[in-house]
Structures are given as structure tokens and as C-alpha cells.
Design a protein around this ligand. Structure first.
Ligand code: SF4
Length: 437
């Protein structure tokens, strides 16, 4: 090594980004709060590949042979399960974190696609209810905006225990996003930072939750499916306890899931990736004899039809998208570039949802910014994007010889890395070896 190269070596332990963060913390004495999701490299569905049909399996002909995509959610106890045309739903995102136009876009698109969208912390807006044929209503630890009338107005209830970006933590909404309407719905003062509780106030474990779920069923006359949403951590036990508590469906959110605002250290260091989480959840359901009886909806970093296909092949019943849906709505699009610069970022690197100054009008309550996203246009983008995902999913399923996307199975896949093989329990490509099996 030349002495010049020697002198310019960066430390692996203290690379420039770490140095900058230590010095930012030294200046400000505060942790960093931000939106979006984990930015570190994590094992993902990219580490899996499908084995298309060849001699030992027979592919389906795309023009003549159907590949169905429908799925029923809530078949365990609900009198009216949700019937989805496609196994892709929109994840819970709050009004407050998102503006009304974004929420309306999601509702319109979900209706056109034959799927569901989901409320979030802060309650249900009339625009969202009107736009969404089938709406999932979240019951969160904060209870902000929780309205018994809305429990009856919704089509399914999702009890949120945790979220992949911050399992064990509550949400945040900084004061700059709390305008009069958001504050009114949450019974909070305008312009003041708001933290959501990290656990429900009226139950401390699955036995209590079982009672709460019974209450919700009675309020809604046993009509509506009840989901439980968990952030991916101790997945095996958590899934088993969700089943015990009486869930019709489980929403499992891996650590690649997004958030409108939380501590960066939380986003990057708490939880487990979606890839191992799906396999652990499916194994737990199989062990209880409840696979396909309690439906599993997987979220956290789902981006393409290939990601959806891999989650389904591992045993999920459906996937849910949040950040990817916002990207389809224009998040991080290279327009209004000067406004990204004002936030100190550039298109492609933005994670500034917490500021309320979203350059593309998705995560803002400022009328001039929100006007940049038109609900009709937003719905069209979402419809195009999700339809593309479904076509990709069907393409893969047909290539594997499946007449329904739920017939995809782990045996259709191999892994590119030893880690992914161990996490997904599929063989390392070119071998029959499943580490740990
Ligand atoms: S573009 Fe908007 S939605 Fe996307 S990360 Fe930035 S602030 Fe958030």
C-alpha cells in the first residue's frame, strides 16, 4: 500500500456517516427522528429465486389458462369475510401522517382493484370511507380518533399490537403536521408534538386481548373479520398467541416496513426482516393446524410481483404495501427538486415525512403542497402499479405451473445465499442443502 493510500483510509468502524451522526448528536443532544423505513442492507426476497417449470413440472399457457388471484380473509369466525380479488392490500397509514388526498387515492384505487385499504392512528376520514368499498379500521394503542360508530362503518377491524419499523414503540406525529382537523380528530392540541402509546391501555397480554376481541365481535355482531397486526420479532410465539386470542387474520410487518416518524435507531436496529418472519409465522400456523384457517398477511418491503410471489410461496395468504404505495403516489419522484433541497435531501434519498413538508404532497397537511397530488391521478398511479404487480405475480405462478397464486410453494424456490437459505428454509441454489434443516 502506498503511503498516500494508507493516509486516506477510512475506518470500517467509524466511516464518514457514523462520524457525522456522532457529531450531529454531540451538537444537538437528541436522537434523529425520521420517516420512511430501514435503509441498511437486509436479507430480502431478492435473495430467493423461482425454479420455473421445465421437464419435471409443466407451465401454464398465459393466453389460455387462468391463474386465479382471489383470497378470502376472515373465514375463521367472521360472518362476512373479506373477499379480495387480488392478494395485495394497502397497509394502515394514518390521516395525519398522510394528507387527505393520499388517503382518498388509496381508497379509490383499492375499490377499483378489488382490494382493501386501511385506516391508521387518528381515525377514519369521511373521504376515505366514501372512496373505499372495503375499509379495514385500525384499533391502536393510542385510541386517537377511535370512534365506536366507525367500528360499525368499517368492513374489518385490525387491532394493532406493533409495527415492523418500530415493534415495541408507539408512533409519533410532530407538531408541524397537527393542523386543526388532525388535532380535532385526535382530541389533541394543534401544533404540539404527539406520541402514541406503545401498548394498549386496557390489556396486558393475550388473555385480556381475547376478551377485547370478544367485545369487538359483539359490538359488530360477529360480522366483521378481526385482524391482529404485529411487528416481526419473536414471531413464532406472537403468531401462536394471536391465534389463541381469537384472530381471524394476522398481519405480520417485517422490519423493512415504513413509518411516518420514529427514531432512526429504532428503524435500523429493532425487529427482524420480513423474509425469516414469514417462514416462522407459517411454521407456527402449521404447528397449530391453523395455516390457511387464520389468514396471514405479510408486509414490510414488498415492492414487486416477485416479492409478492415469494411471500405467497412461503405460505402467506396475501401481502400488504405501504411505502411502495406511497412511491407509486410520487414519493421520492424527481419533481419539485428545489423543495427536496430545502429539506436538505434529494429525490431518491428523502425520508422527511416527519417534517410535514413532503415535496410531492403525499405526507403533508399544507394545502399548497397537498394540491400537488390529485386523488384521481393518485388512484390511477396506484391502480397501474398494483395491476403490474399482479401481472408479474401471475407470470411467475404460471411459469411454475400453478393455476392459483396460492399454489406457489417453498419447493418452487432456491436461495442465493446461505443466510437466505437458512431463513427461508429453501435449498441453496445448485444444492439440496437447507442450512439447519
Ligand atoms: S417524498 Fe414525501 S412521502 Fe416520500 S419520503 Fe419524502 S416526505 Fe416522505
Amino acid at each position: 500500500m502506498t503511503s498516500e493510500a494508507h493516509d486516506l483510509r477510512y475506518s470500517s468502524t467509524f466511516p464518514p456517516g457514523v462520524i457525522a451522526e456522532i457529531q450531529r448528536a454531540a451538537d444537538q443532544g437528541l436522537y434523529e427522528i425520521r420517516g420512511f423505513g430501514a435503509k441498511r442492507k437486509l436479507p430480502s426476497f431478492d435473495d430467493l429465486l423461482f425454479l420455473g417449470a421445465s421437464m419435471s413440472r409443466y407451465p401454464l399457457e398465459g393466453y389460455r389458462e387462468k391463474c386465479a388471484t382471489n383470497v378470502s380473509i376472515g373465514t375463521r369466525f367472521a360472518k362476512q369475510p373479506i373477499e379480495l380479488k387480488i392478494p395485495i392490500t394497502f397497509a394502515g397509514m394514518s390521516f395525519g401522517a398522510l394528507g387527505t388526498h393520499a388517503k382518498e387515492s388509496l381508497g379509490r384505487a383499492a375499490t377499483e382493484l378489488g382490494t382493501t385499504t386501511t385506516t391508521g392512528d387518528g381515525g377514519m376520514t369521511d373521504e376515505e370511507r366514501r372512496a373505499s368499498k372495503t375499509l379495514v379500521y385500525q384499533v391502536l394503542p393510542s385510541r386517537y380518533g377511535l370512534n365506536p360508530d366507525d367500528l360499525r362503518r368499517c368492513d374489518a377491524i385490525e387491532v394493532v399490537v406493533g409495527q415492523g419499523a418500530k415493534p415495541g414503540g408507539g408512533g409519533m406525529l410532530l407538531g408541524q403536521k397537527i393542523n386543526a382537523r388532525v388535532a380535532g380528530m385526535r382530541d389533541l392540541p394543534e401544533g404540539i408534538d404527539q406520541r402514541s402509546a406503545c401498548r394498549h391501555p386496557d390489556w396486558t397480554g393475550p388473555d385480556d386481548l381475547e376478551i377485547k376481541i370478544q367485545e369487538l365481535r359483539e359490538i359488530t355482531d360477529w360480522q366483521k373479520p378481526i385482524y391482529i397486526k404485529i411487528g416481526a420479532t419473536r414471531v413464532r410465539y406472537d403468531v401462536m398467541l394471536c391465534v389463541k386470542a381469537g384472530a381471524d387474520a394476522i398481519v405480520l410487518d417485517g422490519m423493512q416496513g415504513g413509518t411516518a416518524a420514529t427514531q432512526d435507531v429504532f428503524i435500523e436496529h429493532v425487529g427482524i426482516p420480513t423474509l425469516p418472519a414469514v417462514r416462522m409465522a407459517v411454521e407456527a400456523l402449521l404447528e397449530l393446524g391453523m395455516h390457511r384457517k387464520v389468514q396471514l398477511i405479510v408486509s414490510g418491503g414488498i415492492r414487486t410481483g416477485a416479492d409478492a410471489a415469494k411471500a405467497l410461496a412461503l405460505g402467506a395468504d396475501a401481502v400488504s404495501i405501504g411505502v411502495a404505495a406511497l412511491i407509486a403516489l410520487g414519493c421520492n419522484k424527481p419533481v419539485y427538486v428545489e423543495d427536496y433541497h430545502k429539506l436538505g435531501t434529494v429525490p431518491g434519498a428523502c425520508h422527511h415525512c416527519h417534517t410535514g413538508r413532503c415535496p410531492v404532497g403525499v405526507t403533508t397537511q399544507i394545502p399548497e403542497l397537498e394540491a400537488r397530488l390529485h386523488p384521481e391521478q393518485g388512484a390511477k398511479w396506484l391502480r397501474n402499479y398494483v395491476s403490474t404487480m399482479v401481472l408479474e405475480l401471475q407470470t411467475i405462478a404460471r411459469a411454475c405451473g400453478k393455476s392459483h397464486v396460492h399454489n406457489l410453494e417453498p419447493q418452487d424456490m432456491v436461495a442465493l445465499t446461505v443466510e437466505a437459505a437458512a431463513m427461508a428454509r429453501v435449498p441453496l441454489a445448485g444444492t439440496g442443502w437447507i442450512p439447519g434443516a
